[in-house]
Design a protein around this ligand. Structure first.
Ligand SMILES: [Zn+2]
Length: 181
């Protein structure tokens, strides 16, 4: 998994000399100048957003990876941001919503193939609440945006393994269902 990521480096980013062989560890080390690059995951944040009626907001992705699949609003965390700040910013930019309350839910690793490179990502998930109706989705990034009942979400409709694991976690651990009857 690491190798497919690391072997994109054909030249040292510091001294520019060719790389003799693909790295076999989760680190790039230049044999010429000793430059070292660690392949830590990128970090992203997304929110399960609920309105006062108990509906959840989902988006339909407009682009690959996972085009047309469902996802929760969010995006990559910028350097210097907290995960909470990032999820508020991304939701504002992506779906035009201000979040009232943001509580940490869980995190899961993810793989994000983009432009020929599979990025290793750690996704942070939050439970959020809003009283706003939601705006028009950002053009280009999002195909559709809708409120729906949590019961209507099917695991196979979700875009990434981290989303499926989070949805399972939310349903079984965070919000255990009362016994029938
Ligand atoms: Zn070098």
């Amino acid at each position: 998994m690491i190798a497919e990521y690391a072997d994109k480096y054909r030249f040292c980013p510091r001294c520019g000399k060719p790389v003799a062989k693909a790295p076999d560890r989760p680190v790039f080390k230049c044999l010429h100048c000793d430059f070292v690059l660690y392949f830590n995951p990128a970090v992203a944040a997304a929110a399960l957003i609920f309105n006062p009626q108990g509906q959840i907001l989902v988006i339909r992705r407009a682009q690959n990876p996972a085009q047309d699949k469902l996802a929760f609003p969010g995006g990559f965390i910028d350097a210097g941001e907290t995960a909470e700040e990032a999820v508020r910013r991304e939701v504002r930019e992506e779906v035009g919503l201000n979040l009232d309350q943001v509580d940490y839910l869980c995190s899961f690793p993810n793989r994000y193939p983009y432009q020929g490179v599979t990025y290793l990502v750690l996704d942070f998930f939050f439970i959020a609440r809003t009283r706003e109706p939601g705006n028009i989705a950002a053009p280009g990034e999002v195909r559709g945006l809708f409120w729906t009942s949590p019961e209507s979400i099917q695991l196979d409709d979700l875009a990434f393994s981290s989303l499926k694991k989070t949805w399972s976690y939310y349903q079984t651990v965070w919000r255990p269902q009362p016994p029938p009857g």
